[in-house]
Write a protein that binds this ligand. Structure first.
Ligand code: HEM
Length: 703
């Protein structure tokens, strides 16, 4: 009888604390033993060697017969699915929605019938333009897509962190997305709107001007997904048990308040931590700090719609909160990260047309188009009409239908009847009482391709948004437009955009023209209808005006050196904990430093890997000798100079002065520079941090 050749030799190798087995070519093998299961093929067959293909002799050709290798590589070769055509980069989390009070007067949706009802939820946040591997701090809209697994099927509110959109009709969506994505001949820029094609399209699409104000504002560079609002954008309907309809707009408001970063900071964050937003959500949820939003409804009837300044079907318009107060109706809490990113976050399929009975659509032409697009795109992306069989997409309520077969059918019907009506006495059957009934709106008219005249005002609300911003926020809009347009090679596009900005606000147009070096102001663009200047400012639109007055959920970076005051660090840690914030230590070496009292301070970051852009505020707890030494390092000087330039509150021990000076920062520059040699000063520092940023410094640093 022939004996098989030796397959895997068994010499032991010790790599630090790991005991492995060494193969004949020096490669390492980890063997199953104890509780560690045996590796198998996808068919369940146990595997003996996962390091070497099957060959003729150790140096010979590989064999087709190696079914294990072939299965492994075959599967790997097919791992990728198409990324989303938009919103490719995203991050999701599980949680629940809790209803405050019954809304039965407005809707028969089961989710709103009982106070205290908890409905499972999955939320995916995203950027729009960049591909799956792009960075988090792009200047971009953020997707805010919520899937509510209600007792009457899945309800998806597929929203954004801005309440308006670029275009009024879905037929323009492919053009708009083509224009913003990388240019097709050169395949760049990635995840950036700062290029000719985007601004060419925008400057020829005046309906986008309101959205452009939002996109150029700080809303486009949020500090965290946790600090963003979300909007359903369109007008929807709620329909009650008597089939009466109320118009509704959906708004999510973050409990921790809104916050954004500065553009100069965003650019640096993208280099320091391209996963900044992901990591932030992961860290918060894993540490039990569950982010929360309140769902607010703006409810109105036909009379309000008829009397409102703009068409409520136009997705480039808002209803200001001062005109129609939002009503909080429930809270959304995110308390669990997915077990597997691909299975859940990547495969989740949101669709605007997923609404339960009691929620209905309006005729907004953008929404109507979306209702077609999302189903279509899921088939392309997930590859089978059975994408609802994937657990993240399956309803959590009982469901019964006659759809069958197709690729990867996981839930297959049992029994004889796969049609109805049938005479087998088998269901499921329709229910006029429980089933979805479209609101029976009276519609009639000619079949036309027409934009309503009521959509023609493109500038008034753009102006209202701009004038509702605080001075620093207006400056940021000017700087954002200047930056973006400076990346356009074609001067005609820059000038064309300025011609629109003059219609939004004369000072805005002039400021951008000046910064771009456009000598002669262009004529204001021809407006379809004259822009209004009588819309009152809406303070609700400003982030700064609506600050949280709390530092909860934020992060302090503490730079330490050998000889740092451990007692002060403990005081600081206690005060930050009490505030509901997080402290992280940055040290010259990640292993940490010895404090003045001989205790050891662990580092979370090394100075090169922990720049101040990763933190909301910083503290410099360094000895004088440590400061002298750090002052010789560019990363340490940048740490301080950036924190100052980004208008952050800076606490420092007296020893830190040489470092501040070498970084070009005057220790007495303003009230944002706080000496903390005494424990009492720690509370002054934390109180200051509640303002989040000292924007009054901005003019001095010319951010
Ligand atoms: C108010 C306007 C819009 C908003 C708020 C919006 C929001 C979103 C969000 C949040 C996502 C990402 C969903 C996720 O996280 O998986 C998304 C994806 C997508 N949107 Fe929109 N969108 C808008 C307009 C449109 C329009 C007009 C169309 C097409 C006519 C469209 C087509 C798509 C497609 C094809 C995807 C990719 C879906 C996927 O592959 O899963 N969107 N949109």
């Amino acid at each position: 009888m022939a004996r098989s050749a030796r397959q895997s030799p068994g010499e032991t190798a010790t790599i630090h604390e790991q005991k492995l087995t060494r193969g004949s070519g020096g490669e390492l093998h980890q063997l199953a033993q104890g509780d560690i299961p045996v590796l198998t093929t996808a068919q369940g067959g146990p595997v003996s060697d996962d390091q070497n293909t099957l060959k003729i002799g150790a140096r010979g050709p590989a064999l087709m017969e190696d079914f294990f290798f072939r299965e492994k590589i075959f599967h790997f070769d097919h791992e990728r699915i198409p990324e989303r055509v938009v919103h490719a980069r995203g991050y999701g989390a599980h949680g629940f929605f809790e209803t405050y009070e019954s809304l039965a007067a407005y809707t028969r949706a089961d989710i709103f019938q009982r106070a205290g009802e908890k409905t499972p939820a999955f939320v995916r946040f995203s950027t729009v333009a960049g591909s799956k591997g792009s960075f988090d701090l792009a200047r971009d809209v953020r997707g805010f897509a919520v899937k509510l697994y209600t007792q009457e099927g899945n309800w998806d509110i597929v929203g954004n962190n801005m309440p308006v959109f670029f275009i009024q009709d879905a037929i323009k969506f492919p053009d708009m997305v083509h224009a913003v994505k990388e240019e097709p001949d050169r395949a760049f820029p990635q995840a950036q709107s700062a290029h000719d094609n985007f601004w060419d399209f925008i400057s020829l699409t005046p309906e986008s001007m309101h959205m452009i104000m939002w996109l150029m504002s700080d809303r486009a560079i949020p500090r965290s997904f946790r600090f963003m609002q979300g909007f359903g954008v369109h007008t929807f309907r709620l329909v009650n048990a008597k089939d009466e309809s109320t118009f509704v707009k959906f708004i999510w408001k973050p409990k921790l308040g809104m916050q954004s970063v500065a553009w100069n900071e965003a650019v640096k964050i993208n280099g320091a931590d391209p996963d900044f937003h992901r990591r932030d959500l992961w860290d918060a949820i894993q540490s039990g700090n569950f982010p929360e939003w309140e769902l607010n409804l703006q409810l109105f009837d036909q009379d309000f719609a008829d009397g409102f300044d703009f068409d409520i079907l136009d997705p480039t318009k808002i209803i200001p909160e001062e005109v129609l107060a939002p009503i909080p109706v429930g809270r959304l809490v995110l308390d669990r990260m997915p077990d597997n990113f691909f299975a859940e976050t990547e495969q989740v399929a949101f669709m605007t047309q997923n609404v339960p009975p009691g929620v209905d659509f309006s005729n907004d032409p953008l929404l109507q188009g979306r209702n077609f697009s999302y189903l279509d795109t899921q088939l392309k992306r997930l590859g089978s009409p059975n994408f609802t069989h994937i657990p993240i997409n399956a309803p959590k309520c009982p469901f019964h239908h006659f759809q069958q077969d197709g690729h990867m059918a996981m839930r297959n019907p049992v029994g004889r009847a796969n049609y109805q009506p049938n005479s087998w006495g088998e269901g499921p059957r329709e229910s006029p009482q429980q089933g979805f009934r479209s609101f029976a709106d009276a519609e009639e008219g000619q079949k036309v391709r027409l934009r309503p005249e009521s959509f023609a005002d493109h500038y008034s609300q753009a102006r209202q948004f701009f004038l509702s911003q605080t001075a620093p926020e207006q400056r940021h809009i000017v700087m954002a437009l200047t930056f973006e347009l400076s990346k356009c090679e074609n001067p005609a596009i820059r000038a064309r955009m300025v011609s629109h900005l003059l219609n939004v606000d004369q000072t805005l147009g002039e400021a951008v023209a000046d910064k771009l070096g456009i000598g002669k102001l262009p004529k204001p663009a021809d407006a379809a209808v004259p822009p209004r200047d009588d819309l009152p400012a809406s303070p609700a639109l400003s982030i700064i005006e609506n600050g949280p007055e709390s530092f909860a959920g934020r992060k302090v970076g503490v730079l330490v050196s050998p000889g740092a005051d451990a007692g002060l660090l403990r005081e600081l840690q206690a005060a930050i904990d009490k505030e509901g914030a997080v402290m992280e230590v940055i040290a010259p070496r990640v292993g940490g430093v010895e404090a003045s009292d001989g205790s050891w301070i662990e580092g979370k970051h090394m100075i090169d890997g922990g720049p101040s852009v990763l933190f909301d505020a910083v503290a410099l707890l360094v000895s004088e000798e440590g400061a002298e030494r750090l002052a010789g390092e560019a990363t340490a000087r940048d740490f301080v100079a950036d924190a100052f330039a980004h208008c952050k509150f800076i606490a420092f021990s007296a020893g830190a002065v040489p470092l501040l000076q070498k970084a070009g920062v005057d220790p007495k520059a303003d009230e944002g520079m706080i000496v903390i040699d005494e424990p009492e000063a720690v509370s002054t520092y934390i109180e200051s941090c509640r303002k989040l940023r000292l924007w009054s410094r901005e003019m001095a640093v010319k951010l």
